[in-house]
Design a protein around this ligand. Sequence first.
Ligand SMILES: Cc1cc2nc3c(=O)[nH]c(=O)nc-3n(C[C@H](O)[C@H](O)[C@H](O)COP(=O)(O)O)c2cc1C
Length: 366
Amino acid sequence: MGNSFGQLFRITTWGESHGGGVGVVIDGCPPRLGLVEADIQPDLDRRRPGQSAIVSPRREADRVEILSGTFEGRTLGTPISMWVRNEDARPEAYSEMATKFRPSHADYTYQAKFGIRNWQGGGRTSARETIGRVAAGAVAKKLLRERFGVEIVAFVLRVQGIEARVDMENVRQKDVEASPVRCPDGEAARRMIRLIEKMRRAGDSVGGVIECVGRGVPAGWGEPVFDRLEADLGKGMLSLPASKGFEVGSGFAGTLLTGLQHNDAFQSRGGKVRTLTNRSGGIQGGISNGETIYFRVAFKPVATVMREQQTVDVNLKNTTLKARGRHDPCVLPRAVPMVEAMAALVLADHALRQQAQCGWGAPSKK
Ligand SMILES: Cc1cc2nc3c(=O)[nH]c(=O)nc-3n(C[C@H](O)[C@H](O)[C@H](O)COP(=O)(O)O)c2cc1C
């Protein structure tokens, strides 16, 4: 249970870190969309470990294979199944975790819930599970780009106390990819990298914040009341491993303003209803208003640190654990394509839902 996401553009992910592989089934993708492995691989390359000196050194090529749902390079409208083999599994590095719970990881809660767990590499709690989402997200992004003119860009806004200055209306993926930390502010990126390297040497970890923008979303996407656009975005983001917070538009900082200061005044411009400011983050009443959608996701400092820590074993004995294995001292750079993928999955689902209920265009005047 809990392995599927979306209503009309619906995905189910499967697989564990040290099993045969990990993958996804997409149901509901419209037919006749051009789709080959090369459309998906670039996002998996941005997600994979071993891509730079500041992420986990696990050596995985993460080559995606499409098993079904396409014919001669186009989607058929039937379930699209994709997968990636696990190649660099090293279960011996996790042998202590067979009996001991890593503090602040999911070992204890999986044991408490299921009474059994795959302790090798964290099983399904590993970030390898997100391969399926990133692959499906690449399909959703293509659908959004080609059929709806929507573009999604995420970037690292903050690592611990180092915050970037970014023009989110104009930031492009190539600016983000210019640095291995995926922060488009060059000076902040250099400082972030130095901090992450310092953390790796100290056997410690750091967290931070990713910001994501969605440009070109028309007014009308989102399904009140329970499937408000921001509610589905929040669920998508908080379903990512190590994510701990979500805010849209002005978010928590907006509470420091008054209503007069905070309101986005309307203006008729270019034959459209526009707003002078965008503190709503492009969403009002759970429905997109045609302005840029933007939100932020907080990621914690990851649990697995290379220092001795107090814990408990499966026999309830107090003990200590010093982790070994390959880990990310900061998940933020690799989480950027994951945030984009979840945003694309939510927006693609709502695009199809809007079409299904209201047709191609909602009336704009009434
Ligand atoms: C890109 C990425 C990489 C991660 N790498 C690690 C890692 O190397 N070591 C680790 O302990 N956790 C890592 N995590 C986090 C765990 O998967 C996560 O903490 C675990 O599933 C428990 O969930 P929770 O932290 O949300 O409670 C990573 C998460 C992401 C998004």
